[in-house]
Design a protein around this ligand. Sequence first.
Ligand code: 5GP
Length: 198
Amino acid sequence: MRIFISGPSGVGKSTIISEVLKRNPDIVLSVSYTTRKPRPEEMHGREYYFISPQEFEEMVSKGVFLEWAQVHDHTYGTSLDWVSRYEKEGKHILFDIDVQGVRQARERGFTGSYVFIIPPSIDELAKRLKHRGTENEKSFSLRLKNAREELRCWKMYDYIVVNGVIGQAVKDVQSIIDATRCSRTEMAGRIPWLQEIG
Ligand code: 5GP
């Protein structure tokens, strides 16, 4: 099973994702490659593989990415190898990728549930971004401007979750996961006799 989750910066996506992962130990979070520098609490190979812009370019030219995109000031990409390795082990994967990545994954015919987390309003999103305090003023404005652009892509998704009250948003994503477990694509892969019967 593949669950793709996007949402503008500051919407509370990371909190939702970590809650969902706690409740679903059979789902792994995809570890992407990025040219961004690690934040103090981040570890190479856990949150991301932190690589140089040159290394990233080489990987792009070798075609190793399922999708990749420039997000804010940095480049991020999902490795096809990484995904196949975990899928061969029978793992379910949750992807935290931006709208450009989702567009590419859709174009490549990657099946899964595509979920878009949105704020209750743009004003509320601006407030949350300010509170987060990890961004300087320039980066804050860039993220807010990008958020407006991203929100215009809502039609690419199968599901929309409003993150107003965090507990409810987690429940909504959980319902989507539960439904995806019973989706036709999932069941066809899991129940061989369904294929045989015709
Ligand atoms: P951050 O720098 O805050 O960790 O992530 C910034 C944004 O990059 C997030 O919105 C996240 O969804 C997006 N992102 C992280 N990894 C990938 C990836 O592999 N591909 C794409 N397209 N976006 C990513």
